[in-house]
Design a protein around this ligand. Sequence first.
Ligand SMILES: Nc1ncnc2c1ncn2[C@@H]1O[C@H](COP(=O)(O)OP(=O)(O)OP(=O)(O)O)[C@@H](O)[C@H]1O
Ligand SMILES: [Mg+2]
Length: 216
Amino acid sequence: MTWFKGSAGGLAEEVSSRSSGAAASRNALRASHEEAGSAFLDAAAPELLELTSSARPPALPLNHVIGHYRLVEEAGRGGMGVVYKAEDTRLHRFVALKILPEQVGEDSVDLVRFRREAEAASALNHPNIVTIYEIGQDGSTHYIAMELVEGKTLRELLVAGLLPIRKAIEIAAQVAEGLAKAHEAGIAHRDLKPENLMVSQDGFVKILDFGLAKLM
Ligand SMILES: Nc1ncnc2c1ncn2[C@@H]1O[C@H](COP(=O)(O)OP(=O)(O)OP(=O)(O)O)[C@@H](O)[C@H]1O
Ligand SMILES: [Mg+2]
């Protein structure tokens, strides 16, 4: 994959993100995985992608309220569902609200994947991993509320043009920092791609979408 143009600059970011909280995160996640006891965990990432929905979910009306979140605008969408910029009407801040299509059944692979995403990402506390606020349900609608990343996906940046080498290395180093944190906690992301990486307006890279994550 070509992320950059030009020749190598002098930037050599060292990737080191060791923390003592990793063991606790790993144990909590392992306990929850054992409790879930799902074949989902044994499936390879490509199989899971095939199992989970690929139809484009319909958009919900703006200003619609789900839980205590008011939908403001669409922030993006993927195979699983639509992500909205939403207002948290209790804390009066904007969040990203990822919503599963309503027709998803209680024991569907989509829902298992959705819960796994929330669990895996919330076990990790790192500036390069998106922060999960809560997972919730309003009627038959399941949602994850998380930190709103104001910026662009790496895919959008690449479509706009090749990245300068210095910028590409900065992004790669931040991705490596986030992944190192996840790996320390025993979590493999398994779906790293430009659509699942966002670069905020102030230059922070955030790893999104732990829906296919697996405990190693
Ligand atoms: N926290 C966030 N802040 C801002 N935008 C976001 C956030 N999370 C996701 N998005 C946007 O929504 C898009 C889809 O999000 P995400 O990858 O989590 O969905 P998905 O349905 O699981 O995708 P996939 O097709 O990889 O399964 C992202 O590519 C991004 O544009
Ligand atoms: Mg995605």
